[in-house]
Design a protein around this ligand. Sequence first.
Ligand code: GH3
Ligand code: MG
Ligand code: MG
Length: 416
Amino acid sequence: MLFNMGESNLIFYIPPILFGIVALAFLLLWHLKVTPAWHWGAGFAQTSAGFVVSTFLPEQFLAAFASGMIFIGAAYCYGSGLLRHFRCPTLRKQRLMFVAAYSAALAYLVYWEQSLVAQLFLTDAGFALLLGWAVWVVARKASRPIDIALVVTSCVVVLDSVTRTVFFTFFTNSSNDFSDFANSLYNLEVTITTITICMFFPFTALAASATAAIERHRTAAERDELTGLLNRRGCWDAVQTDSNGGALTGSLIVCDIDHFKHVNDTYGHAAGDLVIQGLAKELERIIGKLGCVARFGGEEFVAFLPNSSVGQAVGLAETLRTCFAIEDWSKIGVRHDVTVSCGVSPVSPGETSLDNAIDRADSALYAAKNAGRNRVASKDLETVVDEVSLSSRSKRAQLTLLDDSGSEQELIEIIR
Ligand code: GH3
Ligand code: MG
Ligand code: MG
């Protein structure tokens, strides 16, 4: 079926120009390391080239074969972009085998059968199958709205290919001559659907990639890489957001592993890292749901418990201390007990930042270290001893009461 427009019509220039611009944008983002993969840029660049070759290359057989190969290359790259975006296995071997089988069939249909209808059927079906395969794999992984939009627009591109294949192969009397392609109704339909519905695909891919990049950078700025806990800045932001910048209430725990240099020096830095991760896990398990737990640096951690009394905070710190002290580190080669000391302080009425409470908890921690380590210390303990609730695993607590100057005044033992 021929359409009387001719390849000189301006509309045929629009898809290669639009996809060329999108490809440049993606390649620039990849160069700037905003998107980790080059596949989107390569996919859109191939789509742009595919339109130029199929419509404007004068050598018909070469145009049919080359454009068929370029479009399957684009489908491969889109699939890689999707699989990497959703952190799925890239299925490289299987998908490359599909491309190899497709290439052989394309060469046969173009150079042996010399059938335009069969070549277009294969190109569309191959494109839809290869891209649809990746969409199928990633579909259940999409949860953010922009990721769902990316899956939906990818589906639209697949459906567009399938619909066109079925329509032009089975319901129209299309010309089978390669020289008729540039002026065919098929070529016009591809051009129009590409300019309209299919253009949503690159823009959602762009938005999804940008959203993922922003989230990656936010995580890097707010989270500690070794433990996944908040870092100092992330903790500040979380506390400020929760309190709306107003006065804070609650208690604060600062904890530090005892004689950690010895762990590093004896068992190596990697073993030390695992011990730090172990403490982070315990903090998250025991305190995580009740407040904000952060690694402030080295092997020093801070936990802010909004609306908790010092007694409750001391009880939790004591639970942490005892659970950590009985942990078995032999599986990572550390053959002695590792303990932790904690300092606890309330946030004073009217305080809008944690700075002063951290200073007070720090001096309590210092006193706990001086008093022999492996203990919880607080200046405010005398008034709250009755409140201290111990977990079923830690029926005995050794708590250090500090005087006004911050030095140890009394060792309090609680046995319940
Ligand atoms: P203390 O009982 O007084 O706390 O003694 P300590 O040996 O634990 O002394 P300190 O808390 O000052 O030790 C901090 C050590 O932690 C020094 C540093 O080499 C080590 N460290 C800091 N960050 C890391 C890390 O990310 N991984 C490992 N493995 N070690 C770290
Ligand atoms: Mg230490
Ligand atoms: Mg330290």
